[in-house]
Structures are given as C-alpha cells and as structure tokens.
Design a binder for this molecule. Structure first.
Ligand code: HMG
Ligand code: MG
Length: 298
C-alpha cells in the first residue's frame, strides 16, 4: 500500500547550489529558502558547514542561515562532516544536521578525505553533541547503488554503513543515488538494506536524475512504503566530487506525481514552480523540471 502522505526535503539550496560554477549571493539563496517555505515546504536543507577550500559555494553558510526569516514549523538542516563543521553550525541553530558517509570507499576518500571507518569515527562525536543539543541527526549514504570510481555498489555495502550509523546514534538514514545510475529494483534493494537497521519512518530516498530514472525510483520506493524524499527545486544539484552527476529529481516533478496519485505533500505546486523559476532566472537557465516547463508554457 502506498503512503497517503509524503514528506519532501528540498535540498536545492544546498545540493543544488553547491555545484554551481557562478557564485550565488547569500541574498539569492535566502530568497530561494523564503520562496520554498512560502510554497509549503516544511523541510529545507539550507547549506553545509564544510571546508571552503573544498566547496567554496557554501562558504557563506552562516550568513545564509542568519538571513532566513524562520518559521517555527519549518525544519532547517545543514551538513556537518566533522566537529569543526558542527561547532561552526551551532550558532546558526540548525534544527537538524546531516553527516554524510558513503557506501563506497573510493567516494568516501574523494568526498570527505577519509575511509568509511574513519568517517564513522569522525561522525560519532558530532552525533553525540547534536543529540545533547536536541538537534535531529540524519545520515546520508552516498553511492548506495553506484559509484563514479568503483562502479556498481552491492546492497551489503549500504547495510554495513546503515549499521555503523545506527551504532553511533544517527537517527535517520538517507539512501542516496549520487550519480543517478539506479533503476527501480536496485534502489529497492538498497532501501531494504537500510531498512534492516532503521524503521520505515527513519529512511528516506535521495535520487539524482542523471539517467532519468529518479521518478521511477521514487515510485518504486513508495511501493516499499518509504515516505520521505530529498528533492531539489528546479532539479538543481550535483556533487562536485561526483563528476558528471546532474541534479536531484525536481521537487516540482515529484509533487506533480504525488498529487496525481492523491498523496498529500502540503505543497502548493504553483508557488513551488515560482520558487524554481526564481532561482533558474538568477542562473539564467530554464528550470530542469518537466512539470514546471509544461505548466509555465500552458
Ligand atoms: P580535510 O582536508 O581532510 O580536513 O577535509 P582536515 O580536518 O585535515 O582540515 C584541513 C583544513 O580544513 C583545516 O584548515 C581545517 O580547519 C579545515 P587549514 O588549517 O588548512 O586552514 N576544515 C574545515 N573548515 C571549515 N569547515 C569544516 C572544516 N573541516 C576542516 N567543517 C572535510 C575534510 C570533510 C572538511 C572536507 O573533505 C570537506 O569539506 N568535504 C566536503 C565535501 C562536500 O561538501 N561534498 C558535497 C556534499 S555531500 C553530497 O553532495 C552528497 C549528498 O547530496 C548525498 C548524495 O547525493 O550522495 C549529501
Ligand atoms: Mg546529493
């Protein structure tokens, strides 16, 4: 049975804008966050507290967090790969932090400069500190079906990282198809691996749409009962350490799919399209969303 309600986390301001060549001013990022919350998004991934040498696009993290007119019913999350990032994030009062590991050793090395085992050691004090502050902790498992350096990734690898994350107190895991190579059955196997350690309320899907499979993968995930997804307004996104990977599945397209199946999201599609149009106009391109293109041309 499909879920009757779905929670979407818009990761556009973070996953989307971390990958843009041209600098996007903090003011525009804040404008995007405001439009997303006006569209009804209750979960927004705003920025990352990572090394500005690694990801200069997120160097304005504190400024962006400080500029948001926050709503009590919206959860604002940020990425924190280590204690340095967590301590830098704390004054910004995130509601949720994300530690990000990988199911592939090579990607872990390229993205966060350490092995999977070392990443868990680094995350452990971050998770502990966050929980002491009452901040919810999500863990991302990158390359859950495929890796740009290692190729296909077995579900057992996902199961291992989910187990390690569980052991250190990570409350929720996101199964991420970083380079969008997954197809429905493979994505289901990866989710099932995570579901061996986490309940259905604590597992989400994060699908990049590089091969055009993300909506199919979302439907396959709904069939397993998974009801939380990371999506990106205007289909922004990609990871600077995953060459060739394109954006996340567009929030607009997922909302169109869900509403068409009578699944509630609490999101106003027209206002969401406006949000995607706002950032796409700034970037001087068309929104990378079929639903948005169709509705804007109507
Ligand atoms: P490192 O170089 O191994 O870190 O990087 P280090 O601890 O050796 O420190 C080296 C320098 O970085 C020091 O500065 C530290 O102070 C500084 P220096 O003494 O040379 O001047 N530093 C920091 N500065 C600011 N904030 C920090 C921080 N930590 C150290 N938090 C590190 C390790 C993890 C920091 C680095 O590899 C990094 O920043 N990686 C981030 C990569 C990234 O952001 N990738 C994109 C996000 S993940 C993603 O997109 C995937 C996801 O969407 C899911 C999916 O689709 O798969 C989530
Ligand atoms: Mg991503």
């Amino acid at each position: 049975k499909l879920p009757s309600r779905v929670k979407l986390v818009d990761v556009g301001p973070r996953d989307g804008l971390q990958n843009e060549k041209q600098p996007v001013p903090a003011e525009v990022k804040i404008g995007l966050v405001h439009r997303l919350q006006e569209a009804g998004l209750k979960n927004i991934e705003v920025t990352s507290f990572v090394s500005p040498k690694w990801v200069p696009q997120m160097a304005d993290n504190a400024e962006v967090m400080a500029g948001i007119e926050r709503r009590a019913d919206v959860c604002y999350s940020v990425l924190t790969p280590n204690m340095k990032g967590f301590e830098a994030a704390l004054p910004s009062r995130p509601d949720e932090i994300v530690v990000f590991g990988a199911a592939s050793e090579a990607f872990s090395q390229r993205n966060i400069n350490c092995s999977i085992a070392e990443s868990i050691e680094r995350f452990a004090p971050v998770v502990q500190a966050a929980r002491e502050h009452g901040i919810h902790v999500r863990g991302a498992i990158s390359c859950a079906v495929g890796c740009p350096y290692e190729g296909e990734v077995a579900p057992e690898r996902v199961e291992l990282v989910a187990r390690l994350m569980k052991q250190i107190g990570v409350q929720h895991v996101g199964v991420a198809d970083t380079i969008g190579v997954g197809t429905p059955r493979k994505v289901q196997r990866a989710l099932e691996a995570a579901l061996r350690h986490y309940g259905l309320d604590d597992v989400s899907g994060h699908y990049h749409d590089t091969y055009g499979q993300a909506l199919a993968n979302t439907l396959a995930s709904l069939e397993l009962g998974v009801w939380q997804y990371d999506t990106s307004s205007a289909g922004l996104g990609g990871c600077p350490y995953a060459k060739g990977a394109t954006g996340n599945v567009a929030t607009e397209d997922v909302v169109y799919l869900l509403h068409g199946m009578d699944i509630e999201t609490g999101i106003d599609l027209d206002r969401l399209i406006d949000a995607g149009k706002y950032i796409s106009d700034y970037l001087e391109r068309k929104p990378n969303s079929r639903a948005s293109t169709a509705l804007l041309n109507k």
